[in-house]
Every structure is written in C-alpha cells, then in structure tokens.
Ligand binder design. Sequence first.
Ligand code: PMP
Length: 282
Amino acid sequence: NWVMWNDRYVKEEEIMISIEDRGYQFGDGIYEVIRVYEGSLFTAQEHIDRFFASAEKIGIVVPFTKDVFHKRMYDLVEMNEVRTGQVYVQITRGAAPRAHQYPDSSVPAVITAYTKEVARPLTQFELGVAAKTIEDIRWLRCDIKSLNLLGNVMAKQEAIQANCFEAILHRGDRVTEGSSSNMYGVKDGIVYTHPVDNYILNGITRSVVKESCQRLRIPFVEEAMDLQDLSTMDEFFLTSTTAEITPIVEIDGNSVGSGRPGNITRQLQLAFEEKIALNEPS
Ligand code: PMP
C-alpha cells in the first residue's frame, strides 16, 4: 500500500518521522477520517472543509489548496484500490527542537495519510450496542479534531472494560457526545442531540442525520440531554464516520425502550443507506 507523506507517495517503510515531530511529542496537530464506499470517498468535501477548519483553529497552514488536497485523497484511494474502507489523514506542526510555543513559521507542517479496508459493521446496525455513561473530562475545545485524544482514549477504555461499545460523555448533568461519536436520544418522536459548540465535534454524520430528519419531518432538537433523562428515552443512537448510525440498546446495564433498535433510528439508517447508494465518485 502507498501512503502520502507531504507531497510524495511512498511505501510505508520509507516514511521517516522526526523524534521531535510535534505531533509525536505534543499531539500538536489535527486529523480526519474519511469513509470510502465502493471505491468512492463519501462526504469528502465536508471532511476536507473540517480538516482545514481544525488546522486554522490551531494556526497550522495546510500547504495545499482544498482542491489539491481532495485530489490527493482521491489518488491515494485509487492507488491502493480501496473498496470499502477509509482514509486517515493528519497534519502536525512539524519538527523543531522541543519547546511548547509554536516554532518559527518556516518549519514545514508534516502531513501523512494512509488507507485501509474497513467493513461496514452491519451486525451492529441490526442488533445495537451497549454504552456506559462517563464524566467528560476533556478540554474545552472539543470542536477541534485534535490529535490529542487522551480524554477520549481513557473514556473508551473504561467503556470497553465494562463490556460496552462506547462511552456516553456528560459534563455534570449535560450529555455531550461519545468518545468517538455523536449521541442522540429519541423521545415521543423527537430527536435530541447536543448543539454544535466547543463541547462537541461537529460530526459529518451528524450533519447527514440532521438533513435526513429535516427531509423526513422528524423534529431535530439541538439541546443537550439531561443525564437523568436518559432512562426515559424511547430510543438512543450514536453516529460516526465508521459506525454510521448505530443503535444503543442498553445504557449502564438498563435497556433503552424495548431493548431493540427503535423506529426512528431505523428510518434514519435507511435514509443513510440511500445516501450511500447515491454516492458519486469523488
Ligand atoms: N465526536 C468525536 C469525539 C469523534 O471522534 C467523532 C469521530 N470522528 C465524532 C464525534 C463523529 O464525527 P464524524 O461523524 O464526522 O465521524
């Protein structure tokens, strides 16, 4: 497989990353994961826009235009003949003698990207998963898709150790998002999810779901759920690029609604399938 290393495509073994790369030492960089269905990038422009937006928020200048960047992602998928999988791409503030402050702007950013095959988790879509509520101890700029994922990593680990698929993070009483997903509850036919602000990552899958709700006339209310209200929800689900729309059927050991994926979740999954089926080569 080919990997992208700044403006070159090389074999993975040829990549050399400095021990003083700021991504390695400080997590000083940002990333994206873009889905590939049937050899085509899915919602590529949205991911590219978010990549550039995250970089800008931390003062990293991407040394390509968005169009060139898009073409690079496209070429990588082609070269590696990815069918159903993903592209991971990250940019760091580059390598410089270790010091917290940003180095001189002449230090070039370091971009790497690689692809892999990743199957769609179809069984999970049908059966749903369990989740565990965990206090959200992350920083206050969760809108940035930062390489610094320690808070997310620790929350996911705690969930996995409790035999759960994902953590439902909450700041005090307010439910924010998952460790690597956005979270939604459904009550009396209304979908609730945290508003887009600094407490969550503005998920691309979230945007797709919001659009589907509008089209299907399902009320989509962007208000944080109260932790105490989780047990009263009829349905619950999470979204992410790789987990798509995954029903949550158990929270902290208690069944959600009937304990099976709900109707609205199903409708949104179907709408998502349709969007994948219409995915244009890009
Ligand atoms: N929140 C967090 C913290 C995430 O890591 C992710 C996965 N990228 C998401 C939400 C979902 O975003 P998306 O739908 O763009 O994958």
